[in-house]
Design a protein around this ligand. Structure first.
Ligand SMILES: Nc1ncnc2c1ncn2[C@@H]1O[C@H](COP(=O)(O)OP(=O)(O)OP(=O)(O)O)[C@@H](O)[C@H]1O
Ligand SMILES: [Mg+2]
Length: 470
């Protein structure tokens, strides 16, 4: 069995050749695209193992000639440019497997063996234009795992559950799955299930008929129907009230929705991507998240690493945000190596979002074009000070602005949605203080007890539950 290896780094080529020969393959090595095409035109190979960046071109962009000469030959792509873009382009060629460098040489040899075994099944190659303008930055190993998972869901409609701490990029991943996937020409509809008052959730998701309830002055098309033919992104799924979970589950099982006050079952064709920063398993155990809904959603879990576990990516992210800031009219700056290292050593509990906000502030405040470690250190100190002081009022204002940007409630619902987002943590805190006693919580808050009770029921907050979970 023969393998053609296209690799311009001689030492890597040597190692791969040795590993493949140990597996019983005969290896022909070349280091350019021109030579690759010449060899393929004259001879049949059982598999192609190819690097991407070659001296005379891009190994993925030029794969068409290989496909034309040998349509069924499995292709295995190696790349040092470990971006989502490369992973996606590799999977678009119908490549058998994509290996970000550095990779495990034995795993590569095993994969070549499997690829040769499966070639007889003759997979169809798809030729897509390379995708530009990808939003995800970072080439660390944990992000590589994320990119691989993303590429695996682009050609199908499997339900994806995106998990990870706040600010790790869950929404960005959901958008990337839509933009790169086969539904990209359909709508992408995002709905933040935590931001909608409980009594409006069903109408938001499924729509309502005119006159279905007081205030339903016109027919309303819900998010499911709006997303027909595209992707529905259910964000903050862990904060969804129980009753809405039940309705959601029913819609997912039947593939159809019924508008509130309507009779008709309306078929909808949507791809579901859900996200949460909550740990759902304890919630299932506590009875606040439906187990059957969890299994419906958790078909392909994609877990985003916290930024502290991929500190290697911080310099690239910081430079990316400086560029974005400049694109939005802030002064243009360069980041020194020391400054980038200092950023990489910070804990970033708010993950990429916190880093992004910090870099924007830096772009705004830095006096010199070149930002050095000293300017970073002084801004870090300032931030630590204002956190330590009573910075409360300032933080809340900032949080509102950020919350609005992140959640973009639908026009006409902004006030209610923002109020619900504000009241929820406030009430939970008050109930915690008072061990779930509503009378004392109302006194503490200085509001009428009946008002509190009504709002708790609107927000689907169960005081006994709050007390039990502490
Ligand atoms: N890998 C990345 N590359 C570039 N920007 C990123 C990346 N990850 C996150 N961001 C940016 O960080 C910010 C937060 O990301 P996002 O809103 O997707 O987080 P999230 O996980 O949905 O957070 P939350 O749980 O709070 O909703 C956004 O401005 C996003 O564009
Ligand atoms: Mg989010």
């Amino acid at each position: 069995m023969t393998v053609l290896l296209v690799e311009d780094d001689a030492s890597i080529a040597l190692v791969i050749t040795a590993a493949l020969e140990a597996e019983g393959f005969r290896v022909t090595h070349c280091d350019s695209i021109a030579e690759r095409d010449r060899l393929i035109a004259g001879q049949r190979f059982d598999a192609l193992v190819t690097d991407v960046m070659l001296t005379d071109g891009d190994g993925i962009e030029t794969i068409g000639t290989v496909r034309a000469a040998a349509p069924d030959m499995p292709i295995i792509i190696l790349s040092a440019q470990n971006t989502l873009d490369t992973a996606v382009r590799a999977s678009d060629t119908g490549a058998f497997e994509y290996f970000p460098k550095p990779f495990d040489i034995d795993e590569l040899a095993r994969t070549v063996r499997q690829a040769v075994g499966s070639a007889s099944r003759g997979e169809e190659a798809e030729e897509d234009a390379p995708v530009a303008g990808l939003p995800l930055v970072g080439r660390s190993a944990p992000m590589q795992a994320v990119y691989r998972m993303i590429t695996r869901v682009l050609r199908n409609d499997l339900t994806v559950l995106v998990l990870g701490e706040s600010g790790t990029g869950k929404e960005l991943v959901a958008e990337a799955i839509h933009q790169l996937g086969h539904r990209k020409d359909g709508p992408f509809v995002a709905v933040n299930t935590a931001a909608i008052p409980a009594e409006l959730i069903e109408s938001e998701l499924f729509g309502h008929e005119k006159g279905a309830f007081t205030g339903a002055v016109a027919r309303h098309i819900g998010k499911f129907e709006q997303a027909n033919g595209g992707t529905l992104f259910l964000d903050e799924i862990g904060d969804m009230p129980m009753q809405a979970q039940t309705r959601l589950l029913r819609a997912l099982q039947s593939g159809s929705v019924r508008r509130v006050g309507g009779r008709e079952e309306i078929k909808v064709d949507v791809r579901i991507v859900a996200a949460t920063n909550r740990d759902l398993e304890p919630m299932i155990a506590a009875g606040t998240f439906r187990e059957d809904l969890f299994y419906r959603l958790n078909v392909v879990p994609i877990t985003l690493p916290p930024l502290r576990e991929r500190a290697d990516d911080i310099p690239a992210l910081a430079r990316h945000f400086l560029q974005l800031a400049a694109g939005e009219g802030l002064p243009r700056h360069q980041l020194s190596g020391d400054a980038a290292d200092l950023l990489a050593r910070q804990p970033w509990r708010g993950n990429v979002r916190e880093l992004r906000n910090f870099i924007y502030r830096l772009a705004l405040l830095a006096r010199e074009d070149a930002i050095d470690a000293e300017s970073v250190a002084s801004l870090l100190q300032q931030a630590a000070r204002s956190d330590g002081e009573s910075g409360g009022a300032l933080d809340l204002a900032g949080a509102v602005v950020e919350w609005l940007a992140a959640n973009r409630p639908a026009p006409g619902t902004v006030y209610d949605a923002a109020l619900a987002a504000f009241e929820r943590p406030l009430f939970i805190e008050a109930l915690r203080e008072t061990q779930g006693n509503q009378l004392r919580a109302a006194q503490l808050l200085g509001i009428n007890r009946n008002t509190l009770r009504k709002r708790l029921s609107d927000l689907a907050i169960d005081p006994a539950e709050v007390h039990r979970l502490g």
